[in-house]
Design a protein around this ligand. Structure first.
Ligand code: ZN
Length: 133
């Protein structure tokens, strides 16, 4: 089953989407399988990281900015190559195990939609598949 979600991203940030993923899994009724969370954008991505200390998200954004700063040598006419590099570094999807109708996440783990080119109206998908791998 495929579920589509929309979100507005006013600033460059990591937006928590764990509750939407839990909802999609619950709606599917699937007890055991996998969920793929996918972002169909080239300057945004999906990642899993700590959801307890908000400073982790702040530090991740700082680290990505240091790793992929805007550079005068970039050729891309849209002028957002830094955002493209950040998006590819985090990736466009994550796969999550499902057991007993719930995502198998560590106690500190949260799922994030990563916006690197705000402001935008964005979407992401959750594909829920039943079965043993
Ligand atoms: Zn671009």
């Amino acid at each position: 089953m495929l579920y589509k979600y929309q979100l507005k991203t006013p600033t460059e940030n990591l937006y928590p989407i764990t509750s939407q993923v839990r909802e999609a899994i619950q709606k599917s009724g699937i007890q055991s399988g996998i969920a793929v969370v996918y972002c169909p954008h080239t300057t945004a991505g999906i990642t899993i990281n700590e959801n307890a200390d908000p400073d982790v998200v702040t530090d991740m954004l700082l680290g990505l900015e240091k790793a992929f700063p805007d550079r005068a040598e970039f050729l891309h006419c849209e002028g957002n190559s830094s955002a493209h590099l950040k998006a590819s570094s985090v990736g466009s999807s994550v796969t999550i195990l499902i057991e007993e109708g719930k995502p198998v996440l560590g106690i500190w783990q949260g799922i994030y939609f990563c916006e690197f080119d705000p402001p935008r109206s964005r979407s992401f998908y959750v594909k829920v598949l039943a079965g043993e791998l």
